[in-house]
Design a protein around this ligand. Structure first.
Ligand code: ZN
Length: 181
């Protein structure tokens, strides 16, 4: 078990686009294990490598008790949308209704470099979009309409964890109700 510190909103690593994985080595497998352990401990529906301070295009997910990971994801999104509450382990205590594609087909690789196709709807589709956004330096608050974004930013500024020097403790003091990603 290796549970790592989760980087919080305000940490520049969360705003830095992650690099394509080219080496499918032991280091990558350790990273996937760290992501899984930290995600399950939080607990969260997903976790992306930049949230552990690692700038590589890798994320893990845990939806309906299925745990998996994807490397170098490329998404194909449905036109049909869903709207529902979303949160982020890097933004503890803040959730907001967020529009996402209803379903997604994600192409990528597993940690051994083998091609993987991941199809999902509803929460899995939401998690895959949320985590892939992390790899591009995008956070869910960026997806909100201006008014909801303003409210979320206010909640972040008022949060007790905001503005402290990173890295911070991994355990969120706030319940995420399984919606953190
Ligand atoms: Zn997140």
């Amino acid at each position: 078990m290796a549970i790592k510190d989760i980087r919080l909103f305000g940490d520049p690593v969360l705003r830095t686009p992650a690099a394509e994985v080219v080496d499918f080595d032991k280091e990558l497998r350790v990273l996937v294990k760290d992501l899984e352990d930290t995600m399950l401990d939080a607990p969260g529906a997903g976790l992306a490598a930049p949230q552990l301070g690692v700038g590589l295009r890798v994320f893990t997910y845990c939806v309906d008790d299925v745990v998996g990971h994807l490397v170098n994801p490329v998404l194909d999104l449905s036109d049909e949308q869903q709207e529902g509450p979303e949160g982020c382990l890097s933004v503890p205590g803040v959730t907001a209704d967020t529009k996402r594609a209803l379903s997604v087909v994600a192409k990528g690789q597993n940690m051994y470099g083998e091609p993987v196709l991941l199809e999902g709807t509803q929460l899995l589709a939401r998690a895959v979009q949320h985590e892939t956004d992390h790899l591009d330096g995008i956070l869910f608050v960026d997806r909100l309409d201006p008014e909801a974004r303003k409210a979320a930013m206010r909640a972040i500024r008022e949060a007790e964890w905001f503005g402290e020097p990173p890295p911070l403790v991994k355990v969120s003091p706030h319940a995420t109700f399984g919606l953190g990603m």
